[in-house]
Design a protein around this ligand. Structure first.
Ligand code: URA
Length: 436
């Protein structure tokens, strides 16, 4: 089969057979199909889309391009959560120990910060000694013992996605529902979970800028995941404002511990409890989300989730004493204050601009090979809806050096909007789609 014929068929709006999709995906991995043809095919898919059947075939073919995690021998139920990416989104760090404390096993494979969105691995690696490079043996062992483990994707898992994702990144073909579905789902299915909860972010700080787009992605993930034999929940949550009071790497670890101590910001706890509750329902541990939420709240108030978090830090090589000593003080010395430009109300803090500014500060990166800084980011003193007088402190901003603060500052000031009227409240959890 000639790659050019497959490209032409998709370009003209045709539906590809499984063999035709395999010719591109497998041909790319084996080196038979050159990058320029795969790029053209990706662009054709970007414009023409894929049917549900094509998306499921693409996901399955990508999954089969590598090995899958074998969790047999450990008692489940195994459920993971995946977020499509946001700003201040440290939910994974809080939710994994909560779900584990309620009897769910969480095989969590996370990613790094890219573009304006943060990455769980970078946050965890800001803890002295913590390793996110676990081989399969240790990953299994830790899940069996502590209820959860946090690792990066291994090279053996979905190699097709590694190559396709890099190519999509430089060919402007990332924002495609079938391509995102296949990319995310193939990796999550490879990880061995029986059920998955997707946090599909919607708004300026997310990949999907509108609720309609987020809903299309959530539906695609749920339907395709179901076709692959998984129990799936898609929760669409708002990413207009940063989540929580802190954005950064160690700053977000700090805030995660606050949450596990029962002192988390309301927005962050609402999203965390909702997603962890769905994990319990998907695992069969609770009959509905209300009952599950009560169990999750109890896991926090009893201190059991905090204990599991600390145990995981120790297990994965982290220094709990140093981490504890760093709380509240591990901050870059390059600091600047964001103050209210007028009296009134904080109408919004734009998550996208904060995320982009964070890349300059050293929170995030433009290329996966760029380093990140552990001690930089934002501490917000006032959030959307707060009344402010001119000159009040809204945020303390930490950069890796003076130049990074200069570079970030136009975005930081633009991100803050203060006006005479209080903004209307908007829901954080926008919609839920379930296939259980
Ligand atoms: N995250 C992924 O892993 N893949 C995508 O395509 C988009 C976000």
């Amino acid at each position: 089969m000639r790659a050019v014929d497959v490209i032409m068929k998709k370009r003209d709006g045709g539906e590809l057979s499984r063999d035709e999709i395999a010719a591109i995906v497998n041909g790319y991995v084996s080196g038979e199909v050159p990058e320029y043809q795969v790029s053209a095919w990706l662009m054709a898919v970007f414009f023409r889309g894929m049917s549900f059947r094509e998306t499921a075939d693409l996901t399955d073919l990508m999954l089969r391009s590598g090995s899958t995690m074998d969790l047999s021998g450990i008692a489940g139920p195994f459920v993971d959560k995946h977020s499509t990416g946001g700003v201040g989104d440290k939910v994974s760090l809080v939710l994994a120990p909560i779900a584990a404390a309620c009897g769910v096993r969480v095989p969590m494979m996370s990613g790094r910060a890219l573009g304006h969105t943060g990455g769980t691995l970078d946050k965890l690696e800001s803890i002295p000694g913590y390793t996110t490079r676990l081989d399969e043996k240790r990953f299994r062992e830790y899940i069996g013992r502590d209820g959860f483990a946090m690792t990066g994707q291994t090279d053996a898992i979905v190699p097709a996605d590694k190559r396709l994702y890099s190519l999509r990144d430089v060919t402007a073909t990332v924002e495609s529902v079938p391509l995102i579905t296949a990319s995310i789902l193939s990796k999550k299915v490879a990880e061995g979970a029986e059920a998955l909860v997707f946090d599909v972010k919607s708004g300026p700080g997310a990949f999907m800028k509108t609720v309609d787009d987020a809903e299309r992605l959530a539906s695609s993930l749920v339907r395709t995941g179901q076709a692959m034999g998984k129990r799936i929940v898609g929760v669409i949550t708002d990413m207009t404002e940063p989540l929580g009071d802190k954005v950064g790497n160690f700053l977000e670890v700090e805030e995660s511990i606050d949450c596990l101590e029962g002192r988390g910001p309301a927005d962050l706890m609402e999203v965390t409890y909702r997603l962890s509750a769905w994990m319990l329902v998907a695992a069969g541990v609770a009959k509905d989300v209300d009952a599950a939420t009560r169990l999750c709240e109890e896991a926090v108030s009893s201190g059991r989730a905090l204990e599991l978090f600390m145990r995981n830090v120790r297990t994965q090589g982290g220094d709990v004493d140093r981490m504890t000593a760093m709380r509240g003080s591990f901050r870059s010395k390059h600091v600047r204050e964001l103050r209210a430009p007028a009296s009134g109300y904080v109408r919004s803090i734009d998550a996208y601009k904060i995320g982009l500014a964070g890349v300059y500060l050293g929170v995030g990166r433009n290329k996966t090979s760029d380093p990140v800084a552990p001690d930089v980011g934002f501490v917000f003193e006032r959030r959307k809806g707060a009344a402010v007088a001119k000159g009040d402190l809204v945020a303390t901003v930490y950069g890796k050096d003076a130049a990074s603060l200069d570079a970030a500052w136009p975005l930081v000031t633009e991100a803050l909007s203060v006006g005479p009227d209080a903004p209307a409240a908007s829901p954080l959890v926008i919609k839920e789609i379930t296939a259980l």
